[in-house]
Ligand binder design. Structure first.
Ligand code: CP
Ligand code: NVA
Length: 299
């Protein structure tokens, strides 16, 4: 049966950790040609802008011998009202997998329900599971373990936060999330994650950062929320800056999925500082994309 990767919890702990290991292996052996996708075509539908996700998937598919087919919504009959169901059924007759970035998570679930090929979530309003896998690989590279690691996420309880919580759960790392009241992450992700690890949700960024090994943030306004000045105002105390970083462990790493809004959720000084690992995170999108593609397309 085909598998999808719409959220981190679509994988079990063993599968998730084996994909991290596979991505590490592919990264180390990056100069050795490895082409498990020869003859395969992978569609990429992006309803929102993307730099990292789109480019890393296109390059991953190319380097693995496959053919990426980029489909902007404007070029598809979807934009003229063709249903998700019909689109999924038809594209499944040509393609071997679909990588999809869209708004409502229900839309990708509907697509995956009708597609007979694997569907990979390249970001929805609710989840960003490919990002979380690259983040997990980065934490392992920098810290050498997951057990006993304390992740502090400061900012909006958004798609990135939800997927990070699910990833922390599968690795066994502890996670504390600090958001303004009313912007907490998705309840269902939190409740399921609590079955695996310690998840703490609070409203004080300094308490979250206290003794953290990993300090993570993301934009206050996600794609689709541009111009919501009222929301933005509520986040002014949820910035990763020099003072907040001082609360974390001396060897803490600073993470951000990017793109960053410099001077809002993170200062230039911290984003460009020696504790920042954001470029390694971005690079790891390539290696983890390969591991995800291989897992879903060659089993
Ligand atoms: N982190 C991330 O998903 O970046 P893009 O929006 O550039 O793909
Ligand atoms: N939360 C952000 C992540 C971008 C990669 C957004 O959805 O816009």
């Amino acid at each position: 049966m085909k598998r999808d990767y719409l959220r981190v919890f679509d994988l079990d702990r063993e599968e998730f950790l084996s994909l991290i290991e596979k991505a590490r292996e592919l990264k180390i052996n990056r100069n050795i040609s490895y082409c498990p996708l020869i003859g395969k075509s992978i569609g990429m539908i992006f309803e929102k802008p993307s730099t990292r996700t789109r480019v890393s998937f296109e390059v991953a598919i190319y380097q693995m011998g496959g053919h990426p087919v980029y489909l902007s919504p404007r070029e598809l009959q979807l934009s003229r009202g063709e249903t998700i169901k019909d689109t999924a059924l038809v594209l499944s007759r040509y393609l071997d997998a679909l990588v999809v970035r869209t708004f409502e998570h229900e839309k990708i679930e509907e697509l995956a329900k009708w597609a007979t090929i694997p569907v990979i979530n390249a970001l929805t309003d609710l989840h960003h599971p490919c990002q979380a896998m690259a983040d997990t690989l980065t934490i392992f590279e920098k810290k050498g373990k997951f057990e006993g690691i304390k992740i502090a996420y400061v900012g909006d309880g958004n798609n990135v936060a939800n997927s990070l919580i699910e990833a922390a759960a599968l690795t066994g790392a502890n996670i504390t999330v600090a958001t303004p009241s009313g912007y907490e992450p998705h309840k269902e992700s939190i409740e399921r994650a609590k079955k695996f690890t310690e998840v703490t949700i609070i409203n004080n960024p300094f308490d979250a950062a206290d003794d953290a090994d990993v300090l993570y943030t993301d934009v206050w306004l996600s794609m689709g929320e541009e111009g919501n000045e009222d929301k933005k105002r509520k986040f002014k105390d949820f910035q990763i800056n020099r003072d907040l970083l001082k609360k974390a462990k001396a060897d803490a790493i600073v993470m951000h999925c990017l793109p960053a809004h410099r001077g809002e959720e993170i200062t230039d000084e911290v984003l460009d500082g020696h504790q920042s690992v954001v470029l390694d995170q971005a690079e790891n999108r390539l290696h983890t994309s390969k591991a995800i593609l291989e897992f879903l397309l060659t089993q």
